[in-house]
Design a protein around this ligand. Structure first.
Ligand code: ZN
Length: 299
């Protein structure tokens, strides 16, 4: 490794260590995990993976507790007494299947997990914002935690989804950055809380799907939101093309242009898309969605 590469590697390692600790503490504070639950990882440029160890209370974790493993899951760096989580197999499978993913967050968010325990699916879109932040929420088949089966259970869904509910277990969210993967977890649990409250207000005791008692967004509206998201994603592609920017570690395919300029473009796009016709989205909602999209693309 030459001097420059070694310097880049050290800088990347330092950055990921800080980000992982920040994300894990946020997960603990937001009560998405308890005790030593959950695990977080990031893919390094050299192909190895930096991750949280097993057995350490996550609220107390610090940068010295992190371990580095190769793509076979063998530890290559880290304190002698610490080992990577047995759930790391699931992370390694995702990196194998998704070349665009650089960070993975696995947690046990209570409301989200409760939906899977109650066997209530979130198959339809109830809230428009979830299209932008989460896409479809997939549920994996139940698999015994810590076994190879967990990696198998998510393999099919993770190819085309960034957010997966692990039945009777927790959540798996992936992204280009650690904060993006964490934000998806945050939005997932928040969405589940809203749906849970709505179900309580509706007095629902038994339902196989949230859409059995809550009115899903009309299919035409879901399609429209998807189309807006697709156009926004294209607009948001990195225009630099001459080196890495903070937001796009690999292919410059994430927003890196000026936020305000982007916001104006997105507003024009949404207005054009919706035209003057009467719509269930009010102006206030459109402006909210635009702000949310810009905020998240800029992560
Ligand atoms: Zn777990």
């Amino acid at each position: 490794m030459n001097h420059q590469r070694s310097k880049d590697h050290t800088e990347q390692l330092d950055f990921y260590k800080k980000e992982i600790v920040k994300v894990v503490h946020l997960m603990y504070q937001r009560q998405f995990i308890a005790a030593s639950d959950g695990n977080v990882s990031a893919l390094l440029d050299d192909g190895n993976v930096i991750t949280t160890p097993s057995g350490i209370p996550k609220g107390l974790i610090n940068e010295d507790d992190l371990v580095i493993v190769n793509r076979h899951g063998e530890k290559i760096a880290g304190a002698e007494h610490l080992q990577p989580s047995s759930e790391l197999k699931m992370h390694l499978r995702v990196y194998e299947l998704r070349s665009d993913v650089r960070a993975i967050v696995h947690a046990h968010p209570p409301i989200t997990t409760a939906f899977s325990v109650a066997n209530v699916r979130l198959s339809d879109v109830i809230l428009p914002e979830t299209i932008f932040t989460l896409g479809m929420i997939e549920f994996s088949e139940y698999a015994t935690p810590t076994t190879e089966k967990v990696a198998e259970s998510i393999s099919e869904a993770v190819v085309s989804n960034d957010v997966i509910v692990l039945t009777r277990h927790g959540s798996l969210t992936v992204g280009k950055t650690l904060m993006e993967a964490f934000s998806k977890l945050d939005s997932l649990e928040h969405t589940c809380k809203i749906i849970c409250e709505a179900m309580k207000i509706s007095g629902v005791v038994n339902a196989s799907s949230s859409s059995a008692i809550l009115t899903p967004l009309p299919a035409v509206e879901v399609e429209r939101l998807r189309e807006i998201k697709r156009k926004i994603s294209e607009r948001g592609k990195c225009q630099n093309g001459n080196g890495r920017c903070k937001g796009c570690p690999e292919n410059h395919d994430q927003l890196c242009s000026d936020k305000e300029k982007m916001k104006v473009e997105v507003e024009v796009e949404v207005e054009t898309e919706l035209g003057k016709e009467e719509d269930i989205l009010s102006e206030k909602n459109i402006s909210y969605i635009v702000n949310e999209v810009v905020k998240r693309l800029a992560l």
